[in-house]
Design a protein. Structure first.
Length: 510
C-alpha cells in the first residue's frame, strides 16, 4: 500500500506540474477585479503620468462597463481577460472611447483575445511615454503578444495611426472605423506598408472624413503594395460605428494575429521587395442586421497574391523584374511572360491565371524602354529554376509589340501570344531595323506559335496592325484568332470575361 501511494503521489505531482507548466505563461493580473460584457473578467489600474507606476484601481460602481475620467496626473488602464486565452496571448488595443460599440471586442474575447485600453493623451503630443509604458507592461511583464491589433473609432483612428506609424514593428493589424488621422502622419503610412501591417477601414458613405482620410490612406496603401480592405456602409454617416454583427472585423483581426511565414520562391532572393497583388473592384455585400449594403474591396474580400519586385538602384529607384506568385503552382510550372509592367491593380486575366497556378513574370523597363538583355535575363531566371521552357506571352497595347519582337527572335521559346488592343511597334525591334512587325512573322509561323488578339471595334490599331498581322500570319499557315469587343476603343480595362483567353493560354501551354 505505501508503494502504491508513493506511485499515485508521484503521478499526481507529475500531472499537476505538467498542468502548471501549461498555464505558466498566462498573464496573472492584480488590478481591481470586476466584470465586463458577457461576464468577462475586467481588471482596472491607474498609471502615474510622471513615474509611470501602474497600480490596481477599484472603479466606482456607477461607471458600469464604461470608464471615468482619470484624476489629474493619472491614466486609467483596463484589461479584459478571455475565458480561454488563445495561443500566443493575442490582444486588441482600443485607441479611444472605451466601451463604445464594443461588439467587436466582445467577439474577440470569445476567440481568446485580451482587450486593453489606456486613457489617450488630451493634446496633439500623442503618442506619449505613457502609451509606451502600458505596452511594455502588457508585453514584457504580463507576456501578451508583442504585436497587438489596434481598434480605433473616429479620434481613435488618430491615436492608433499615430502610435502605429511610430511603432510599425509592434502592430499586427489595424481596424479603423470612420477614422481621423493627423496630416503629418499620412506620409508615415509608408512605414506600415514596409512592415506589412494590413488595414481594415469601415466607413459610412456620408462619413465627413471618408474622402479626406480613408480614401487618401487607401490610395497610398494600395499604390505602395500594402494590404488595405475597405467596407463602406450605404446610407450611414460618421455614426454608428462598427458592425452590429462584428464577425468580418473579428475575422480580419484573428486572421492577421499570427500569420504563417511566407516562403519565397527559389528565383526570388533578398534583393526582391515583397508586396501584394489584388483587385480594387467593389463587391456589394448585404449586412442583414443593418439592413443595408456595403461596398467592400481589398484582400479581405477578393483573392490576394504575393508579388516580388527586384529592388531598383539609381536616382529613380525603378524596380526590375517583377513576379506574381500563385497560391499553388500548376503541374509543369507554367508561367506567363508579361510584356508590359505590372501595375498595382490586378487585372481579371492575371487573377484568373494565378488561380490556375500560373506564375506571371515581367521584365524591367529601363530609361530607354525595354531591352533584349533584360528580357533574356528574365527567361533565364525562370527556366533555370525549373519553369517551363515555353511560357505564354502576354501584353497590352504597345507591350504586345515588345512581346512580338522577343518572340520573333526566340520562336522556340514561346508557347503562344496573347495581345489586347495591340500596337505592333517595338523599341527593341526599331533598334534592329524591324519596325513593321506585322511583316516579320515567318519565324513564329514556322514554329507553330498560335496567336490571339482581343480588340475593341473602335480601336484605331485594329485595322492598322491586327488585321494586317492576321492576314499575313494566316497566309503563312499560322493560327491567328481575333476576338472583337463591339463598341469599345483602345482603352479597355481588360477582358470582361477572361475565360476565352485563359482557355487559350492553358490549352497552348499544356
Amino acid at each position: 500500500m505505501p508503494a502504491k501511494l508513493l506511485i499515485i503521489a508521484a503521478v499526481a505531482f507529475s500531472v499537476c506540474g505538467f498542468i502548471g507548466t501549461i498555464h505558466a505563461d498566462e498573464p496573472v493580473f492584480d488590478g481591481g477585479k470586476g466584470t465586463w460584457h458577457d461576464g468577462f473578467v475586467r481588471y482596472d489600474f491607474v498609471m502615474d503620468d510622471e513615474t509611470l507606476a501602474i497600480t490596481p484601481f477599484t472603479r466606482p460602481e456607477k461607471e458600469g462597463f464604461a470608464v471615468g475620467s482619470p484624476a489629474k496626473g493619472q491614466r486609467r488602464c483596463i484589461v479584459v481577460v478571455p475565458n480561454k486565452p488563445a495561443p500566443g496571448n493575442p490582444w486588441s488595443w482600443q485607441g479611444c472611447y472605451w466601451d463604445h460599440q464594443p461588439q467587436a471586442e466582445v467577439e474577440l474575447l470569445r476567440r481568446g483575445f485580451y482587450i486593453a485600453f489606456i486613457t489617450p493623451d488630451p493634446g496633439r503630443q500623442y503618442p506619449g511615454k505613457q502609451w509606451d509604458a502600458w505596452y511594455a507592461y502588457l508585453t514584457e511583464k504580463q507576456g501578451l503578444s508583442k504585436k497587438p491589433a489596434f481598434v480605433g473609432m473616429s479620434k481613435g483612428g488618430v491615436n492608433e495611426y499615430t502610435w502605429a506609424t511610430s511603432n510599425p514593428d509592434k502592430v499586427s493589424c489595424i481596424y479603423a472605423d470612420n477614422p481621423g488621422i493627423y496630416p503629418e502622419d499620412i506620409p508615415k503610412i509608408a512605414e506600415l506598408i514596409k512592415h506589412d501591417v494590413p488595414l481594415l477601414n469601415v466607413c459610412g458613405t456620408h462619413d465627413f472624413v471618408l474622402e479626406k482620410n480613408t480614401k487618401v490612406i487607401e490610395n497610398i496603401y494600395h499604390q505602395g503594395g500594402g494590404r488595405i480592405s475597405i467596407m463602406i456602409k450605404e446610407g450611414t454617416g460618421h455614426h454608428p460605428h462598427s458592425l452590429i454583427d462584428p464577425k468580418p472585423i473579428a475575422d480580419f483581426i484573428e486572421q492577421h494575429f499570427n500569420p504563417k511565414p511566407t516562403v519565397r520562391p527559389e528565383m526570388v532572393d533578398d534583393t526582391f521587395i515583397k508586396s501584394y497583388y489584388y483587385s480594387t473592384e467593389n463587391s456589394y455585400i448585404y449586412l442583414p442586421k443593418e439592413d443595408t449594403y456595403a461596398a467592400c474591396r481589398g484582400p479581405q474580400f477578393t483573392p490576394c497574391y504575393d508579388r516580388y519586385d527586384k529592388a531598383g538602384k539609381g536616382t529613380f529607384r525603378n524596380t526590375g523584374m517583377a513576379v506574381l506568385v500563385p497560391k499553388t503552382e500548376a503541374a509543369g510550372k507554367p508561367w506567363v511572360f508579361r510584356a508590359d509592367r505590372i501595375g498595382p491593380d490586378a487585372t481579371a486575366l492575371d487573377l484568373a491565371l494565378l488561380a490556375k497556378g500560373y506564375y506571371i513574370a515581367a521584365p524591367a523597363i529601363s530609361g530607354g524602354g525595354p531591352t533584349r538583355k533584360e528580357w533574356d535575363e528574365v527567361y533565364k531566371t525562370m527556366t533555370d529554376h525549373g519553369f517551363s521552357k515555353k511560357p505564354a506571352m502576354e501584353g497590352v497595347g504597345a507591350g504586345v509589340g515588345e512581346a512580338y519582337a522577343w518572340a520573333i527572335q526566340n520562336p522556340d521559346k514561346v508557347s503562344c501570344i496573347y495581345g489586347e488592343n495591340p500596337a505592333l511597334r517595338s523599341i527593341v525591334a526599331s533598334e534592329q531595323g524591324d519596325r513593321h512587325l506585322a511583316d516579320k512573322l515567318e519565324p513564329l509561323a514556322k514554329a507553330g506559335v498560335p496567336i490571339l488578339h482581343v480588340c475593341g471595334s473602335l480601336d484605331p490599331w485594329l485595322d492598322r496592325d491586327t488585321r494586317v498581322a492576321e492576314k499575313n500570319y494566316q497566309a503563312l499557315g499560322g493560327n491567328f484568332t481575333v476576338i472583337i469587343r463591339q463598341g469599345e476603343g483602345h482603352f479597355a480595362t481588360g477582358p470582361q470575361d477572361p475565360k476565352p483567353v485563359v482557355d487559350f493560354i492553358v490549352a497552348k501551354t499544356n
